[in-house]
Each structure stands twice: as C-alpha cells, then as structure tokens.
Design a protein around this ligand. Structure first.
Ligand SMILES: [Zn+2]
Length: 417
C-alpha cells in the first residue's frame, strides 16, 4: 500500500542519515589576557559558526573554539586586531572525527550486561549494564525508568542503597550534554566501584547514591551516529532540533547566558522545562530533594568544580561551605595524581549560564551542596579524550567522589546528634 511505502521510505531515510562532516573545521586555542578579551569572545558564542568547547574568565587558561570554514577569517582578523593570542589546536577536525568513527565501527559490542572503560558505551549497552546490576545485586541496586526521551528511549535512574529510607543522598546527572561522552563513563565507573567492589560497600552504608548516567540519550546516540558535536536534546522545533537541556531548568530560566534562538547550541527552549528530559528530572528530584545532600551535574571539559549561582554573578548564602566542599574534590584528586581543578562560583569563572541543573538544585529545590563538575577534555584529540584515556579520568573522578561521600556522611552524622 502507499502508506506502507511511505513509512518504508522514511525508515530508509532515517537509517541512511549521512554523518555530518567537519571538513575544514578548525579548533582554535585562545589565551586571554583580560576579562574584556573574554567578553569580546563571548560575542561570537551566539553565532552558530563558532562552537565554544570551553568558555571562561581565567587569564592564561586556554579557551577552545571550533570554527566552521566560513567563520575563520573573521575570527582570526578580529583577534589579530585586538592583539589576542591564539593558535590552531586542530587543523581539520574531520580527521579526528573520522578516526574515532572508524574505531567505533570496528569495535566489538560490549557483552550484554558488562561494562567497559576502554570504550564509550552505547545507550543500550549502558542500560543493559544497569539492569544487570539490579538483577545481580537486588538488595543494593534498584533501577527506575523516570520517563522516555523525546525519541522514546528509556531514561534509567539507578539507586545504590543498603536499605532504609530518607538517607542522605548523593545525586548525579551525567550526559545531559550529548557530546560529553566522558560524563556517562564517569557515572558508570562510580556505580561500578560502589556495586561490584565488595570493599567499597561501606560507601553506601549511611549514604545513598542515585545516578542518571545518560540524561540525554537521544542526543548521546545522535553524536555516535550522525553529528559528533551535537549538544542538545533532539526534540522537534519549527526550524532547528532540540534545546540545551542545561539551559532549560526552571530557576531564573532565560535570565542570561542562554539563547532564545532555536538553532543556537545554548537555546533555552521555548519555556522552562519545555523538554521531556528536564521535566522528568524535575519530577524525580522534587519528590526526593528533601534528602539529597549533594547534587552534581557531570560535564566536560576543563577541570572545574563549579557552584551556584550560574544565572548571575551572585553567591548563595552557603558559598563558604560550597567552596570548602568543592576543594575537597580538588584536594583528593591532587593528592592522588597531581591534577588540579579550579573550584569556585560558576558565573564568576565561566560567565553567566541561566537554566542549569545546579541552580535548580540549589535554588529551586534547596539542596545545599550543588555542583557542576567539568572533567578533563581530549585536548588535541578533540572534545573528548580518546577511549584509551577513559580509565585514568574515571579513576580520578572516583577519588573525588569518595572525598565528597566522606563529607556528606560525616556532616549528616554530626547534624543528627
Ligand atoms: Zn556540558
């Protein structure tokens, strides 16, 4: 029938969707000497040709920008005019993407229910792992589908607990930005260490852990199949797809540092919580926020531990505690392998970004400790580190998470005396 034919054709069109080419795209590394120079760069960030892989206000720390061929002359001449130093970090990004896709295509599937820290796992592999943990550790692990993504994928939350109710909880969202592949890997490693290493069971004696390892599965899968640097959800707009889910949360939504332009990478959505992905998180968190002690949004990249507010250059009333606890993460990692993180207020360090989950957790839900963690990036290899670097990064993060656990456990013990 004609209907069948149409459906078949649509199916073929989807299956054959061609991979987006980054041929001629360059990645620039810019070193700023003043906040004014950072603000000058900000102007470019509202133009789609300029994709800021990192963006901040720190003099001497590089800012990385991927630029399509049509924007490169304009960018270089503007920077030269203002005497701002830059270098080309990646000359043709397509070569990096092609190399990674070739590796992805040739890798074996992760055995169903297994986990890998030498590959970036696909969403179905990740869900199979979480469900296998629940089957194998029924007294410790529960999973829950908090809703479907826009394209109908199961969004799984995993809870690790020794039982009892309303224990202090560490909650982490990961992979809300599609292209930040190291974030789901990190959540999976912390889950793996907690559940599958018996010596670590003390870490969930008095504290519960809850993770949504792939908060934006449609985007995550799309970055694997089609467009490596996709960041947003995949909801249908009138002109462009998706909103930036980390500009879509309803606390001072749209105030600044987000865009009203659908095609922007930092499009805030047409209203707060316009995306089913943020709606379901809001509903889950609202129901459980009274016992969440620490919220962390896992992102990449740049080695930052950031705390609210993000929407404006202002500090919450417990900024001292946020700074102290943020430093625990840095200090633990630093002692472990010598790496360091910059800890501080998000708006002051990065510029304002309204509609983030960290602000919603702190302001909308009154979760006292709320962070955005920016993991290490891939440097000259591209946005994410190559698969061979996953393990050291997730091991490093595990050290930081254990430090946070120590604080949550001891502060809740003190407050219940
Ligand atoms: Zn991010």
């Amino acid at each position: 029938s004609p209907v069948f034919t149409l459906v078949t054709l649509l199916g073929l069109a989807t299956a054959a969707q061609e991979r987006f080419s980054y041929d001629g795209y360059k990645v620039y590394s810019v070193t700023i000497n003043s906040i004014q120079e950072a603000e000058l760069l900000d102007v470019f960030s509202y133009d789609q040709r300029f994709d800021f892989w990192s963006k901040h206000r720190i003099v001497g720390k590089p800012i990385d920008v991927m630029i399509s061929p049509s924007g490169q002359d304009e960018f270089e001449s503007t920077l030269n005019y203002h005497n701002i130093k830059f270098e080309v970090m990646i000359n043709n990004f397509e070569e990096k993407v092609q190399a990674q896709y070739n590796r992805l295509k040739s890798r074996a599937r992760v055995d169903s229910g297994d986990v890998s820290f030498t590959e970036y796992m696909r969403h179905d592999e990740i869900n199979a792992y979480l469900r296998r943990l629940e089957a194998d550790y029924p007294n410790v692990v529960t999973t829950e589908v908090i809703g479907k993504s826009f394209e109908g994928r199961d969004r799984l939350i995993i809870k690790i607990s020794s039982g009892g109710s309303d224990k202090p909880t560490i909650f982490a969202d990961a992979g809300i930005h599609a292209r930040e592949w190291i974030a789901p890997s990190t959540a999976l490693y912390v889950i793996n260490q907690l559940v599958e290493v018996p010596e670590n069971s003390y870490l969930y004696e008095n504290v519960d852990w809850v993770f949504i390892p792939v908060a934006n599965p449609d985007g995550y899968e799309y970055t694997h199949d089609v467009e490596r640097m996709w960041r947003k959800t995949r909801s249908t707009g009138t002109i462009c797809f998706g909103a930036d889910p980390n500009r879509n949360f309803g606390y001072h939504w749209g105030a600044s540092g987000s865009s009203t332009w659908q095609c922007s990478d930092i499009y805030a959505g047409h209203r707060a919580f316009s995306e089913v992905e943020t709606q379901a998180l809001r509903d889950y968190l609202s129901a459980h926020s009274h016992h969440i002690s620490l919220y962390v949004a896992i992102h990449s990249y740049g080695n930052w531990v950031l705390y609210p507010w993000s929407y404006a250059d202002l500090l919450p009333d417990n900024a001292d505690e946020l700074q102290t606890v943020g430093m625990l993460y840095n200090d633990a990692v630093n002692e472990y392998n010598g790496n360091s993180y910059i800890v501080g207020n998000s708006a002051a360090l990065l510029g304002t970004t309204a509609g983030c989950s960290d602000d919603y957790a702190r302001g909308g839900l009154d979760i006292k400790l709320s962070y955005t963690l920016e993991l290490p990036g891939g440097s000259t290899d591209g946005f994410d580190p190559p698969e061979s670097d996953i393990l050291w990064i997730v091991e490093e993060a595990w050290v930081g998470f254990k430090a946070w656990h120590g604080y949550v456990e001891s502060s809740s013990a003190n407050s219940s005396k």
